[in-house]
Ligand binder design. Structure first.
Ligand code: NAP
Ligand code: HSE
Length: 420
């Protein structure tokens, strides 16, 4: 018998309890043992939860309970969860977590503390898709050339509904919250931090890179408007929040931002709450993973798979994929060195000479315009929607800074990168 304590019995925790009950037969057959939840931790004991397990409000009642074999951390947040997980590991308990924010900041310290104690976190990236196993085990023979993913279900749900139904941002976000997709603080979803946390976890497994969210480029989806979808439609793109890791020699670009993706690419077809991750290995080539990225059941599927792995007593892979420090000399590429194509939205005065001036500013920085669309704006103004050929991130910022000095510009320009 394996005894499990769950710290955090909210959306995911409740689903974990239900899955362990509903699929008890197949789970105990696969694990070779019965698995039972003996205690859960919540903040509010009065809340109705539709599950029948003993509850407490003190996480240390679980971490310090000698009868508990596996501690499952599903409370969220960073520092409090860090304290709780450290305590569980110090008490030699196996740990399973879905907490990507915790791992984005403390994965290396936790790996060190865990040593040979199982510490598993499949649900932390891309919900129900077993991408950690794929990267850490299935692709372990490969140097990873690139990872491109849609890894935030909430943002993908919002962008899909904006594109297909012209739905309004805040109403769809509310829906995503009600469906259990969003983080407790949904700013983490819509400002791109949640996707960045996931990218950093994968970057550690793929490249051994110890970066923090502050070190990488992170942009969210809050500035995207209907004009951007019109441009995307006209030129055959979808708008997706992409997480990107790209190896260039000894450097790796890590970035999260809204991206225009050509409609014919597989990742452009990943809609709604679904996630999609493409991993390119030097031996295998491109592999693609698709599945539900958020929600109680999808996430519980991944959490329970880790519990089963541990209960089997099988040797789990090293937490971040490497048994020895990686001496590849891999470094994080600077944000300015990113190479991309760009889409820009500019609200300008609608009069002769403006377009020529913009083109000449781009020319100064060696940026060539690929396509352009003009849409009427309010009060004798026009929206210029432009895309460029590939150029360096630093140059597009210089050009935009110069455009911002011009009196003909009437609002802050918007910029979306294009992945071709
Ligand atoms: P949630 O619904 O907000 O649940 C959090 C649970 O933790 C609640 O039961 C809460 O108690 C409890 N809790 C929080 N702080 C506590 C504290 N200080 N002491 C005691 N109990 C505390 O969150 P969730 O959506 O289940 O997410 C849980 C974790 O899984 C997060 O790290 C999240 O990032 C991750 N995750 C979520 C999803 C998803 O689709 N939802 C997917 C992948 C990963 P009360 O119920 O009393 O408030
Ligand atoms: N809030 C996250 C999302 C949950 O929407 O993707 C899954 O990690």
């Amino acid at each position: 018998m394996i005894n499990v304590g769950i710290i955090g019995v909210g959306t995911v925790g409740t689903s974990v309890v239900k899955v362990l009950e509903k699929n008890r037969d197949i789970i105990s057959a696969r694990a070779g043992k019965e698995i039972q939840v003996v205690k859960g931790v919540v903040r509010n004991l009065e809340k109705k939860r539709n599950i029948d397990i003993p509850l407490t409000t003190d996480p240390f009642e679980v971490t310090d309970d000698p009868n508990i074999d596996i501690v499952v951390e599903l409370m969220g947040g960073v520092e409090e969860a860090y304290e709780v997980v450290q305590r569980a590991l110090k008490n030699k308990k196996a740990v399973v977590t879905a907490n990507k924010a915790l791992l984005a900041y403390h994965r290396y310290e936790l790996q060190q503390l865990a040593g040979d104690i199982p510490f598993e976190f499949e649900a932390s990236v891309a919900g129900g898709i077993p991408i950690i196993k794929a990267l850490r085990e299935g692709l372990s023979a490969n140097h990873i050339d690139a990872i491109r993913g849609i890894m935030n279900g909430t943002c993908n749900y919002i962008l899909t509904k904006m594109a297909n139904e012209g739905a309004e941002f805040s109403a769809i976000l509310k829906e995503a919250q009600e469906l259990g997709y969003a983080e407790a603080d949904p700013t983490f979803d819509i400002e791109g931090y949640d996707a960045a946390h996931k990218l950093l976890i994968l970057a550690s497994i793929a490249y051994g890179i110890d970066a923090k969210p502050e070190d990488i480029l992170i942009e969210g989806i809050t500035k995207i408007n209907t004009l951007d979808f019109e441009f995307a439609n006209e030129f055959g793109y979808s708008i997706k929040l992409l997480t990107i890791a790209k190896k260039r020699g000894n450097e790796v670009e890590l970035r999260v931002h809204p991206t225009l993706v050509p409609n014919e690419q597989m990742i452009a077809k990943v809609d709604g709450v679904m996630n999609g991750v493409s991993v390119i290995g030097d031996v295998v080539g491109e592999t693609m993973y698709y599945g539900p990225g958020a929600g109680g059941d999808a996430t519980a599927s991944a959490v329970v798979s880790n519990i089963i792995d541990i209960a089997r007593g099988g040797k789990c892979s090293p937490m971040l994929g490497f048994k020895r420090p990686l001496e590849s000399g891999m470094e994080l590429a600077s944000k300015d060195s990113i190479l991309s194509n760009y889409y820009l939205r500019l609200l300008v005065e609608d009069r002769p000479g403006i377009l020529a001036k913009i083109a000449s500013i781009f020319g100064e920085y060696n940026i060539s315009i690929e396509s352009m669309l003009q849409k009427p704006g309010p009060d004798r103004l026009a929206h210029l929607l432009l895309s460029t050929h590939q150029c360096q991130e630093s140059e597009i910022h210089k050009a935009l800074n110069e455009i911002k000095q011009q009196a003909f510009l009437k609002e802050e320009p918007a910029m979306i990168r294009i992945e071709v």
